[in-house]
Design a protein around this ligand. Sequence first.
Ligand code: KE4
Length: 430
Amino acid sequence: MDKGEILNREEDIFGRARKVLPGGVNSPVRAFLAVGGTPRFIARANGCRLIDTAGGEYIDYIGSWGAMILGHAHPEVLRAVVEAAERGTSYGAPCPAEVELAEEIVRRVPSVEKIRFVNSGTEATMSAVRLARAATGRNLIVKFAGGYHGHADGFLIKAGSGVAALGLPDSPGVTAGAAQDTRVVRYNDIGAVEDAFTMEGADIAAVIVEPIAGNMGVVLPENGFLTGLRALCDKYESLLIFDEVMTGFRVASGGAQELYQVRPDLTTFGKVIGGGLPVGAYGGRRELMSMIAPEGPVYQAGTLSGNPLAMTAGLKTLQLLTPQVYDKLEDISEKLQKGLTDAAKESGVPAAVQRAGSMITLFFSDKPVRNMDDAVSADHGRFGKFFNSMLDQGVHLPPSGYEAWFVSAAHNEDVIEQTISATYNALRSI
Ligand code: KE4
């Protein structure tokens, strides 16, 4: 089928989708509004490839936004999920799979002594914040401009100017009341965090941070940033929440906290721990987690929490994430970063290629991206053209310049070479 026919098929289904789904999608970024063009509707995926409903095939760097670290339809994960499904899909009662996954996470992440499973990263972060407020008796939460923690009201806050911008709603429907207890500061600016604590430290329940940012594109924490957050939280008896929904088990077996050796009080997880099925989790110190109902007074519940299929897919995924797999991910991701960097340099196109393990972002920027202001100043119009040129060449990047590309264990050297070759072509055409 030629590209025109592919596009027709995709436009037909997208037209139907827009009649019954807001924007034709179930999550905004999928609608291609940031890059232009028609989203591909995926019929199936296997390994590192997506196949759309018209038969178009793509090397996949979305990876379900990080969940598919082993690649799509991994045979051992599939087999485990099918066997679990044959035992029923949901019980609404405890099952061994949730205990086994909890034990595996507790074993891998020393800061997590107890954990609660939920059904999305949003549920995990909103619950962790509720717990932090309950544990400290304080209201304020500090987050970072460009940090995304899901769509709970308290996180949809405009990053205003000033050191610790007073929380202002960043979406209709978020009330001033919901926004007033959030403070937004610049990522990698420990001075700004110190100022926030100097001004309101006695009222700050927690700082929530992506220890390696992935939602403004990949932005690494600079020396002293994470340790500085830890020190300030200790000094003011606030809690430090690492949102590792994206980085957890992605950047290392023990997540970003293992890489940077900074111990948070609470950690949130998602994506990888569900192996592609709906999941989230929050966990941390025993005395904190014991405050969660029914053991303690802090209420949180969920019909499908601990779902046996998601638990099974997550456990099998973690079990398959061996040191050898992490070594391979590091090796091929480094090759991709070098290839992208060389392609931009040889094409005379200003670009900053930033990577943390198998998360990578190519910013069309002539300087390193250290925070959201830098990310915004990158050339996103150019990214849109680059994205569509890569898509036409069979490489499906995440449809926004503010996202991480995800490499999976199913990406091999040939696929990386194809991606780099497509990059040279795309950079010549934009
Ligand atoms: P979910 O509610 O989408 O499962 O997780 C929210 C979330 C929380 N914390 C971090 C660090 C996250 O990256 C996310 C979700 N990540 C985005 C990717 N940028 C999901 C993609 C989407 O919104 O469709």
